[in-house]
Write a protein that binds this ligand. Sequence first.
Ligand SMILES: Cc1ncc(COP(=O)(O)O)c(C=O)c1O
Length: 370
Amino acid sequence: MGAVKKSVHGGDVHAAARELGRDVSTLIDFSASINPLGPSPNVWRAIAGARHLIPHYPDPECWELRHALADQWRVEPARVAMGNGSIELIHAIPRALKIDHLVLVQPTFSEYAAAMARAGGRVTTLCADRDDQYALPIDRLCQMLERQTKGSRTIDGMLLCNPNSPTGQACEAADILMLARIAQRRGIWLIVDETFADYCSERSILPLASSWSRVVVLRSLTKFYGLPGLRVGYAVAAPAVVQRLRSALPPWSVNAMGQVAALAALRDMAHAKRSLRFVLKERTRLSNALARLPGCELFPSCANFIFMELPPGWSASKMTEQMRREGLLIRDCASVPGANRRSIRVAVRSREDNDRLVNSFSRALREKWT
Ligand SMILES: Cc1ncc(COP(=O)(O)O)c(C=O)c1O
């Protein structure tokens, strides 16, 4: 197997701070899409109260956290597998489930293909249509699965991100369930990454899917609960699948502070409600302001970020570089397969940060166009 190419991601505030000779706290990060209200205040209290746990190994069973998640989703704890961020599970899946040939829809999160490459597997890609606002091509996916017959099956897994990153598109739960039914019949794995589904819970299949033997749903505490530095994610699947995932992971994947913080975050329903209300309202305000910029085109979003194209004549890398010099980090999506060279993604942040971004974009576009 050759060396696996390192993916580029948003959120690398450390590299930007080193490069610009600035402190991380002076940068405004629109490139990773994290809850702008930050974690629940209960998280700080829980961490401060858990210092006595540091001289011990963390609970390898993540007992309390797994039980809290199981309660939340009304499933048995045996249906929940914890990971060091959902990324650890994404990378464990090809080997744990023996997936050699995976179907993906581009543009999407680059780590799915990276995980397959690392496991020595193969990827077949379908492209979402830009003219259809990058909606998931459900009919084509269904047809692809239906073509797989037991004797001559060439695909053994399909992975969908719902809502999808970086496009923000989400399909209906009913459509994903239709795919799940076909995948189940054909003996094909269906993995649904619902990292951003907290922003559109009606599109999640999690409450319905955990009893299916061929479906895995991935979730994360990173984005909505605002804990990217602590690395907590999980998968919900049938108990036998959870066992396979757990045997593919190292022990103590989730550290003690991650477990304590995640538990505190999940219990603060008021903060969760406040965060959701804030982001949905601010997403509308930011979208309206960005849509008024001359020549920019926005795509509808079901998540806490906005995917957009800069005007003709602009390149995503040029705008990203220009914003970076001002301390504003945005996600250049030009290198994401299926997106074009004018594509960028920006997170919904605080009102003040969002206004600053719109003003900086507006100035940059005016300088070039006048
Ligand atoms: C779609 C998607 N899935 C999964 C992840 C990994 O998240 P984490 O490992 O922090 O849970 C990311 C991170 O950016 C993502 O964008």
